[in-house]
Design a protein around this ligand. Structure first.
Ligand code: SER
Length: 345
């Protein structure tokens, strides 16, 4: 059986590395990777070909490939995007637009819809104030679509671009022919936590940063208040969601954009969990007003009923399972050689 050609952009990022390892373990894929940086050792041998450089400048190169699936993960995350807005717009919007055009072109030319998987974010939401956030409960996909950040605006707009290229590009009358069109699917991810990689440039980063610091016996000053609450997810569940949504039959999907959720925790609850596993952890709270403002505009939790109904989404890890069976055991192994690590055995 021939291998499916898959493109993973942002391959060096946290989702990229975990996804590439998963695709490779499944087998049956020819994985082409793209990133500004060279591939890290952990995934180097898993990529059939690495396209290194600025995607926007080198988009023509991508037209030469027959990709069946594109995972477009390259992005400038929320905190970084806020201090370099123009650069973020170029990476997050221009890059996505160019790839969508390429995928739409190939879908039409070869009459075979390219699957385009796009990681959107809880940053697509925005509450006017903390009271509104706390009163909102589980937020549905079409509620509070008023992002406060460049990153959130970029993600929300790219969802719309994806819809445009998958439904309306060329403005063909939908009754004319069965439309081929690009097959765009987006997931609004909560904060993701991996035991194997560290995030950079995001605002949900305080969760994973705190835990990685505790595991290494390093002091950590959390940049949001103790009562700050948003939803989080184990990286293996994020990868699972991408794989399940990729494989879902197109006709079962009524929407192009889906919330997914796993568990919702305050920063104070993270600290409690960190202390339980690493009693010598040194964690303080020193809120940064700008980053606090960003997280205060994001939902405490989201309603993922649509994903559950339409593609049987179900996380494997709730908070207890995340800490007890994934994060703490893996992180203890990861930092076991560090002399400063003192854990409760
Ligand atoms: N983790 C992302 C960030 O913090 C949100 O999607 O920017």
């Amino acid at each position: 059986m021939s291998e499916k050609a898959v493109l993973v952009t942002g391959a060096c990022g946290e989702i990229g590395q975990a996804l590439i390892q998963n695709l490779s373990a499944r087998g049956g894929y020819r994985i082409v990777t793209a990133d500004l940086a060279p591939l890290p050792v952990a995934i180097k041998s898993l990529s059939a070909e690495h396209l290194q450089g600025d995607l926007v400048n080198r988009i023509k190169q991508f037209y030469d490939y027959d990709f069946e699936i594109i995972y477009h993960l390259a992005a400038s995350l929320s905190s970084k995007a806020e201090v370099a807005t123009e650069e973020a717009h170029r990476i997050n919007v221009e890059g996505t637009m160019q790839l969508l055009m390429m995928a739409a072109y190939r879908s039409e030319k070869y009459k075979k819809p390219v699957k385009f998987l796009f990681p959107s974010s809880i940053a697509a939401y925005g509450f006017p104030n903390l009271q509104a956030k706390q009163a909102a409960g589980l937020v549905k996909e079409d509620e509070y679509n008023t992002p406060h950040t460049m990153y959130g605006c970029n993600k929300l707009y790219c969802e719309k671009l994806g819809l445009y290229y998958s439904h309306y590009f060329g403005q063909r009358h939908l009754d004319e022919n069965p439309p081929t069109m690009l097959d765009f699917r987006a997931i609004r991810f909560p904060g993701l936590i991996s035991a194997f990689t560290l995030p950079s440039g995001g605002t949900s980063d305080y969760g994973p940063e705190m835990l990685h610091a505790a595991a290494q016996g390093k002091p950590y000053a959390c940049f949001v208040r103790e009562d700050t609450k948003i939803s989080f997810m184990a990286m293996p569940d994020a990868i699972k969601s991408l794989m399940v949504l990729t494989e879902a039959p197109r006709e079962s999907l009524s929407n192009a954009v889906y919330n997914i959720a796993a568990f919702s925790l305050t920063a104070g609850e993270f600290r409690k969990r960190a202390f339980a596993a690493f009693p010598c952890a040194q964690i303080s709270f020193e809120p940064n007003p700008r980053r606090q403002g960003i997280v205060d505009s994001w939902p405490e939790d989201v309603d993922d009923a649509l994903a559950r109904q339409e593609w049987n989404w179900m996380p494997d890890y709730d908070a207890d399972k995340f800490f007890d069976e994934y994060f703490i055991p893996e992180i203890k192994k990861r930092y076991a050689h560090k002399p400063s690590l003192r854990t409760q055995e």
